[in-house]
Design a protein around this ligand. Structure first.
Ligand code: ADP
Length: 310
């Protein structure tokens, strides 16, 4: 059985439904990817690597992971911290605004749980995924330990997968981000950047610019996303362009990239070609953006994937 580890933060989501009603769910980029991967490729063992607390919301979050058939052996329970949370509101013009409480979340402490024993177990994996958000979230003073773990996994033969997913507000400066991303790209075997994410950081404006920029690194598999525009991939120096069929009924683009990543990686772990994996990832993303919120209802998602042939 193939397996993949998704390291990062899942948060409590509070969504304003009306003046008096909040809907509570759970979301976070790596968690969203893990959910969509597992729903599409149940034969791939899919683990979340994170830290929660000992509070009731943490317990409910853990139950949600389990109800999505995610492996939770690397979901650690911090003795005093609690999960991060965000509030999302959509105004009369459809414009979304977010408020976050995540600066002291349990997930910031995840690296402190990655002891020798855990690293040994993670070393058995096929892929280890983290994003720019995962990097921004972990405690600054845990970064050195984190990179040591990533290097250990890589030398054990685990494929390192990185999505830069840049969120300016999570970083102190662009220079700090670039230093961390340089380490990430330097270790990555697979990367799945979006053009928009890298524009501010490296002044790149097209998929071709991104491929050109990444030439300084030794990355085997590059998948560049650009909203409804073509996806460009590079595998062992062979470039391919993949046409995306735009969907018309876009309701909420949250987690388009996350759904794409999860399903793409699930497809690759299941032996699909790059071209097939991109098409499946794109189908998943196209289905997800026609639903509100980060996690689309299971039946709707599964129907869309069945139509795509899985
Ligand atoms: P992110 O969520 O990282 O900003 P993108 O907007 O680049 O991600 O989109 C990720 C993927 O989602 C794209 O590569 C594409 O497959 C799919 N996608 C995004 N927007 C559309 C759209 N309007 N129609 C169809 N597919 C889309």
């Amino acid at each position: 059985m193939k397996n993949i580890y998704f390291m990062g933060e899942c948060m409590v989501e509070l969504r304003a439904m009306s003046a008096a009603t909040l809907h509570q769910s759970f979301a976070g980029d790596v968690y969203n990817s893990a959910v969509y991967l597992k729903r599409s490729f149940p034969q791939v063992a899919t683990s979340v690597v994170t830290a929660l607390g000992q509070d009731n919301l943490s317990k409910k979050m853990l139950e949600r992971f389990e109800s999505e058939q995610l492996d939770t052996q690397f979901v650690f329970a911090h003795d005093s911290k609690v999960p991060g949370m965000y509030y999302i509101e959509t105004d009369a013009f459809g414009e979304r605004s977010f408020t976050y409480w995540r600066s002291d979340s349990a997930a910031k402490k995840v690296v402190s749980f990655l002891n020798t024993d855990v690293v040994k177990q993670l070393s058995q994996g096929d892929m280890f995924f983290f994003s720019g958000i995962s990097l921004a979230v972990i405690d600054e003073n845990a970064r050195e330990d984190f990179w040591r773990v990533v290097k250990q996994l890589k030398s054990a033969g685990v494929k390192i997968v990185f999505d830069p997913n840049y969120r300016a507000r999570l970083w102190n400066s662009v220079d700090e981000t670039k230093t961390q991303y340089d380490l990430a790209f330097g270790l990555a075997d697979v990367t799945l950047p979006g053009v928009e994410d890298l524009t501010t950081l490296y002044d790149v404006h097209s998929v071709e610019d991104v491929i050109e920029y990444l030439k300084i690194y030794n990355i085997d598999e590059i998948i560049v996303k650009n909203g409804p525009e073509s996806v460009i991939t590079q595998l062992d120096n062979t470039l391919q362009s993949h046409t995306i069929i735009p969907v018309t009924n876009v309701v909420d683009t949250t987690s388009a990239g996350d759904a794409f990543n999860g399903v793409y990686l699930g497809a690759r772990l299941s032996g699909k070609s790059i071209a097939d994996a991109v098409q499946l990832g794109a189908k998943a993303a196209g289905a997800v953006i026609q639903q509100p919120g980060a996690i689309a209802p299971k039946d709707v998602f599964q129907l869309a994937m069945a139509k795509a042939g899985i």
